[in-house]
Design a protein around this ligand. Structure first.
Ligand code: SF4
Ligand code: SF4
Length: 406
């Protein structure tokens, strides 16, 4: 029991599927929707979704969200989330749901939205299906688009293949060109693997050369069942070094270029809630909606034991009060002894439970990337704090505080 919580946050207890807590619940502030589940038109070697035994939908054919489920999702979530609603689409590859699906989504949002309601849409894609028609929809409604690309051709194509085993870089670049021509706002999501982690300068300059001014780097950490890292997984030191070098390249142009990790760090130092859940105190800001309406607390834990309900059967108020949601959220508060004395604890909050759980399936382990976080915070916190002070006149106090809000 932690801080008086009546629910176990240790071990593997996930709570019964339908048990609810009474009283107020943290609001679900955004949805990550998977209209085609984990199905993808590519076959990237490092993809964590592929052949995952824990995926409850792995063997099911024709995984696509129906219009009825989409309509109910939009109707009920807009009512629950008023006045701000964020719909983020991911996969697998979400564009496999088709342009008609997303056109209908916007129609439903217009039909069910109320006066004064802010609705934002985002989509993460591998970019290979994008054309002028997609771009017109994105531009007309100010969608935020993320394109997955890992760097120049030989780097990207080391692990990012299509189903025939061929590299995908040329197709992705065509997608980027059409987005630029049609003036759609987008950022790039670059997975850091053994293909690019030793090339920070080349990678950063490549994206800048394409005119890209918003990038995010996601470190790859996948493990064999015995806990040993898969060949493309990077070490914490490699990740830390990459990001420290990117920081030096980014700093002179920090007012016109955005790097997500540094953005989030600046938000934390400004006393705001960072955009990335890995820097939150608990894992409860968003939920995943699968193609059939099933709901889970995190994209890395789309597993039967963490299912929170279904859009077609449960209300958002019930879903937000599921004991399982609290039990999952509280996994992040299992502070490792090293986190309890860490000078960056009030920013990092122990990292991401996925990176703790990955190697040995234990939520109470230290985050695999801890060493990297310390390297990056050591490099970036000082200058960013001075910058935040210059801009706002104050910066947040980093004194460690209570580990668990539960
Ligand atoms: S496990 Fe990691 S990715 Fe999932 S909600 Fe928690 S911090 Fe975010
Ligand atoms: S940097 Fe490491 S020790 Fe410090 S809070 Fe993060 S995971 Fe814990």
């Amino acid at each position: 029991m932690a801080n008086g919580s009546p629910f176990s946050i240790l071990g593997t207890d996930t709570g019964s599927p339908s048990a609810l807590l009474s009283g107020p619940a943290p609001k679900i502030t955004s949805l990550l929707i998977k209209p085609a589940s984990a199905v993808c038109n590519l076959d990237c070697e490092y993809c964590f979704y592929l052949d995952r035994d824990a995926d409850p939908y792995k063997d099911l054919p024709a995984r696509r969200m129906t219009m009825d489920t989409l309509e109910r999702l939009v109707d009920t979530y807009l009512f629950y989330s008023y006045p701000n609603a964020t719909f983020a689409f991911q996969g697998g590859e979400p564009t496999l749901a088709g342009l008609d699906f997303f056109t209908k989504l916007v129609e439903f949002q217009q039909r069910f939205g109320r006066d004064g309601q802010n609705v934002s849409n985002a989509l993460q894609t591998n970019g290979v299906l994008l054309d002028k028609d997609w771009c017109q929809l994105f531009r007309a409604y100010n969608w935020l688009i993320g394109i997955s690309i890992d760097g120049p051709e030989e780097v990207n194509d080391l692990y990012r293949f299509n189903r025939a085993g061929h590299g995908t870089w040329k197709k992705v670049m065509q997608g980027i060109e059409v987005m630029q021509k049609e003036k759609v706002d987008f950022n790039v999501l670059c997975v850091l693997s053994q293909s690019n982690v030793h090339k920070p300068k080349e990678t950063y300059k490549f994206f800048r050369g394409l005119g890209i001014d918003f990038m995010q780097f996601i470190p790859l950490s996948e493990f064999h069942p015995d806990g040993t890292p898969m060949p493309f997984t990077i070490t914490p030191e490699e990740y830390g070094r990459f990001m420290c070098e990117v920081f030096d390249l980014w700093w002179p142009e920090r007012r016109k270029v955005r790097v997500r990790f540094f953005d989030n760090l600046a938000e934390a130092l400004a006393g705001q809630k960072p955009g990335s859940c890995t820097m939150h105190e608990t894992c409860d800001s968003y939920v995943v909606v699968e193609y059939n309406g099933d709901i889970y607390p995190c994209d890395f834990f789309v597993e039967k034991e963490w299912k929170l309900g279904n859009v077609n059967l449960d209300s958002w108020s019930e879903i937000s009060r599921r004991v399982r949601r609290y039990n999952f959220a509280a996994k992040k508060t299992l502070a490792h002894p090293e986190c309890q004395v860490c000078e960056y604890q009030s920013i990092c909050h122990g990292g991401c439970p996925k990176s703790r759980h990955g190697p040995h399936k234990k939520f109470e382990d230290l985050d695999y990337f801890c060493q990297a976080y310390k390297m990056i915070f050591g490099k970036a916190v000082g200058p960013l704090r001075d910058e935040v002070k210059k801009l706002l006149g104050h910066a947040a106090d980093l004194t460690p505080h209570s580990i668990s809000p539960y």
